[in-house]
Design a protein around this ligand. Structure first.
Ligand code: UDP
Ligand code: MN
Length: 260
């Protein structure tokens, strides 16, 4: 039986910081599975070295390859670039099953039970709950699925210009076919839910296993006071103080020393 892996993606050094914190959060939660990161040429050599100190696999992939007919056709829609990049995760066939995690997620509690789920398992999106959020999903690496996804991207595209719109069209029976493919929201607690349904967040937020900092307010872009070592979340992010501080505590203790 092949190994299981947590997989993420970084196309530049900023998202790589997210990937590093994520990897350490997985280790702190005591995962027994492997860690893999897909990187594009935009990630510096120095950063790849840091990534390889915590990830078992650092796999270089291209965003768009102009020699590839499929990608040339995709080039007409530059917003699909990142979609294509995430699809590379299906090529990690050295692993039997994987959980993809966006680099802006943070694991708060051991979630290894996710590997008991089947492709494609994901949690509902907060904006349209009949769509899944593609920041956390269980899948099976397969070159066949990869080719089909690329073909699908060329023929049908993505309704939102991102990977989520493409994957929801491809795995279109997710909403109604099999409830076991619906991950509980606590595996992809979208940061915006904290203020859009605050009573629910107060009631259930403590059960969260994986938090997802969706939108522009990424943890690494928050104001951080280097003297007090406290993060000072801007505006709407104040409910996230605790988890943002957790992100920054990992960053300060385990990652910052490597960077300086
Ligand atoms: N990503 C990346 N570089 C980018 C944008 C996105 O590496 O410039 C990767 C990263 O893993 C990120 C994921 O693609 O977490 C999805 O993008 P993002 O999390 O920003 O989208 P959101 O969750 O806010 O919709
Ligand atoms: Mn994300």
């Amino acid at each position: 039986m092949g190994a299981f892996a947590w997989v993420t993606l970084a196309t530049n050094d900023s998202y790589s910081l997210g990937a590093l914190v994520l990897a350490h959060s997985l280790k702190q939660a005591g995962t027994t599975h492997q860690l893999a990161v897909l990187v594009t040429p935009g990630v510096t050599a120095a950063m790849r070295e840091k990534l390889s100190s915590v990830f078992n696999t650092v796999q270089e992939v291209n965003i768009l390859d102009s020699r590839d007919e499929a990608n040339l056709r995709l080039l007409k829609r530059p917003e699909l670039g990142i979609t294509f990049t995430k699809l590379h995760c299906w090529k990690l066939t050295q692993y039997e099953k994987c959980v993809f995690l966006d680099a802006d997620t943070l694991v708060l509690k051991n979630s290894d039970e996710l590997f008991e789920r089947e492709e494609l398992s994901a949690a509902p999106d907060v904006g349209w709950p009949d769509c899944f959020n593609s920041g956390v999903f269980v899948y099976r690496p397969s070159l066949d699925t990869y080719e089909k996804l690329i073909q699908f991207a060329i023929e049908r595209g993505s309704f939102d210009g991102g990977d989520q719109g493409l994957l929801n069209l491809y795995f279109s029976d997710w909403a109604h076919k099999d409830i076991s493919r619906h991950l509980p929201f606590i595996y992809n607690l979208c940061s915006t839910a904290c203020y859009s349904y605050l009573p629910a967040f107060k009631q259930f937020g403590a059960n969260a296993k994986i938090i997802h900092f969706i939108g522009a307010q990424k943890p690494w872009l928050q104001y951080f006071n280097t003297e007090t070592k406290k993060v000072q979340p801007s505006g709407d992010s104040s409910h996230l103080q605790e988890v943002l501080q957790h992100w920054w505590d990992i960053f300060c203790s385990l990652i910052h020393p490597l960077l300086s």
